[in-house]
Design a protein around this ligand. Sequence first.
Ligand SMILES: C[S@@+](CC[C@H](N)C(=O)[O-])C[C@H]1O[C@@H](n2cnc3c(N)ncnc32)[C@H](O)[C@@H]1O
Length: 210
Amino acid sequence: MTASSPLLPRPPVPAEFIPADYFRVLEKSEIFLENKPLEIDLGCGDGSFLLGMAAEHADRNFLGVERLLGRVRKVGKRISRAGLTNAKVLRLESRYTIEWLFPPESVSRLHLLCPDPWPKAKHHRKRLVQQDFLEALWKVLEPGGEFLFMTDHPEYFEWASDQVARFGKLERLEWDETTFFYPKTDFQIQWEAEGKSMHRLRGRKPLKAD
Ligand SMILES: C[S@@+](CC[C@H](N)C(=O)[O-])C[C@H]1O[C@@H](n2cnc3c(N)ncnc32)[C@H](O)[C@@H]1O
């Protein structure tokens, strides 16, 4: 797709999802016409995980959210070259996307993988996993929907676990490398090559939620 969009000051990227309006809640059918379970990869980076999942699960739709245009271009080209019709990329800020764009109970799994850990105490407020994010996440997850968080950073893992415990509404589930198909992310490959290990948190919105 090369035609320009009235909403963008640049030509769209292949496989890019451009909301018709950035200031109203979307209909799920605006993202993908076919009604399949929707999975979101927040901060999708180079798209390795997104493409791996989309290729494996033709029965699900995958949307990568990424703020850096260069990465969005790369992901869009990779999706287009692979001929995947169940994957798209959205150039937008993660928190805004979850808080304002997604309809309630529309997301079956939300992945947040190797996010920036913001290690300095004065930057902790920039970490995505906070109570307001968890509230927004709760609203967009379907009953039975899951939040999957993975980091190489032990202290961010403790922080996120504590935030989820304080939030109190997500059921913690077991999750290790063997639990289900889960391609490695670009950053995960880099960190593991340096000898770091991954810490995983999996939380589910109960089927009968309040
Ligand atoms: C450390 S990288 C991890 C990328 C990928 N998830 C992986 O594991 O390979 C974090 C990614 O999130 C993106 N990112 C960081 N903050 C973001 C935000 N607030 N909204 C959207 N993307 C964000 C960055 O541009 C980067 O591509």
